[in-house]
Each structure stands twice: as C-alpha cells, then as structure tokens.
Write a protein that binds this ligand. Sequence first.
Ligand code: SAM
Length: 293
Amino acid sequence: MSHLSNIGTVKDILSRHGFTFSKKLGQNFLINPSVCPRMAEMGGAAPGVGVLEVGPGIGVLTYELAQRADKVVAIELDDRLLPVLAETLGEFDNVKVIHGDVLKVDLPRIIEEEFAGLEVVVCANLPYYITSPIVMGILEAKLPVRAITVMVQKEAAARICADPGSREAGALSAAVSYYAQPQVLFGVSRGSFMPAPDVDSAVIRLNIRPQPAVSPRDEALFFRVIKAGFSQRRKTLLNSLSSGLALSKPVLTAAMEGAGIKASARAEELTLADFCRLSDQIFALKISENNGK
Ligand code: SAM
C-alpha cells in the first residue's frame, strides 16, 4: 500500500476499523504525504540500519522507514492500532510492532535483541506529552544509538536545540548538547495532522556524540548544577544555585570565581564548558569541606 498518509486513505482505514482519536495519547496522525519520506531519509533510514520508532499510529512513517532500512521496530501503546498496523504494514517482513509503553519497555534489551549487527537510529513522530522523558531517557541511558530524529512541537524544538547563551537556552538544551549535536531539520504546519493540533511542529535531529561534550568530575553534580542554575530564571546564577543546591553564597562565590564566571552571571550566559568548570569547583570545595570536618 502506498501513499498511506493521503487524507482519504487515512480516513478510510480509520473508519473501517472504527477508530476514534485519543487526545490523552497525543494522537495526531500525519496526513501530509511529503513529510514521512523526508523524515525517513533525513533520519538515516538506509541499508545496514535498524530503526526504533515510537508511536507508529497507523504506520505512515513506519512504511517509509521499512522501505529504506534493514529493520524497523515500532513500539505502540494503543492496542486498537495493532490490527490497523497488521493491515497497513502487512507487506513488510522487516517490521516488528511491539505493544507497550515506551517509558516502561526494556529499550536496551530490545536494541540488543532486535538490531544485532546494525547501526541503530531512532525516528518518530512523538506523542508530545512525553517528548522530554523519551528524548532524555534515551540520551541518559547512553543507548547504542547514532541519532534521534523526532517530530516535536515547534516550541519544544526551539528549546531542545537552543544555543547556549540564547534566550531559549535552558536545562533541557544544556543536557541535550552534553550528549548530542542538535539541529532543526524542517518545520511542519499544524494542518499536516489529523486532527490538527493547536501548535505547529518541527522535525529535529540529535546526532549523538561518541563522547559527551565535556568531562565533569561528577556527572550527577554537573546536572544538578545545571538544573538548579536554570530553576529560577529571573535570579542570578549565584542566587538560584544558592537556593537550589543549599550552598552558602560565600562558598558559591568562591566556586564561581575559581571557574572564571562573573558573580552577576545568569545561567543562560554559560556554555557547557562553564558549567563543567563550575561543577568541578563545587565538587572540589565540597571534598575539602568534608575533609575539614
Ligand atoms: N506516527 C504516527 C503518525 O505520524 O501519524 C502517529 C503519531 S501520534 C503523534 C503518537 C503515537 O504515539 C500514537 O499512535 C499514540 O497511540 C502513541 N503513543 C502515545 N503514548 C505512547 C507511549 N507511552 N508509548 C508508545 N506509544 C505511545
């Protein structure tokens, strides 16, 4: 079956299966036939590649991925879509649909068992309510994945891919750029979906770095510093860190000075290297504090 994302085809399939959309599961299905082939191409679906898809819906993107990659594994939570997918993807023997919640399945095991010998990429039109947990979950688990290409809300794309120092920069963009090099690939208007959501979307690609961008002495502390730094955006870094990390201002002032960061700095002015030096300074001060006890 081709042109799966034609609006007539989508409507026909859904009505034959008596399907009604669930807002709770973020079900906005693509009806713009030009989007999925572009996403599959730019997402890296190709010979020698295994693709992990989240939320195949009726299989519009899955279809394009299966035509290009060696194997596609698609995880779908809504059991009402399983018979639909059996029909729309019936012609492929390189597609496996797993019924489950992507936040609960054992992704490392699935990747190991399903994609042996293949380079792995993630490609998905994500349910927006779990964009950050999915993206951060995959990055933090350090899964053997080369790239993550996902459709997200336009605003989320700007926040995820923000350059350090820009207005949109935040804890999410800092964490993403630690693990990956993000880029916005193309915008997708709300009219490309059925039902049309209230916001426009964009496809982004995160190219996973072979090694994280910087090497903090204590990774967990590094992320706590980033999170605390951005937690109260109207405050200076010194004030947000002091309340977020429960450290005294003199201690933090010394750490910031040691890291070469001016006392009046705000979190969004810092690069990842700045955050790394700062968390290393805090780490060292904490150790000497503990030794002095
Ligand atoms: N890929 C299809 C498309 O582009 O038309 C559907 C995309 S729709 C935005 C999101 C899909 O994710 C839906 O099929 C929904 O049922 C599924 N979904 C929602 N929450 C999920 C979860 N926790 N785990 C797996 N799939 C989920």
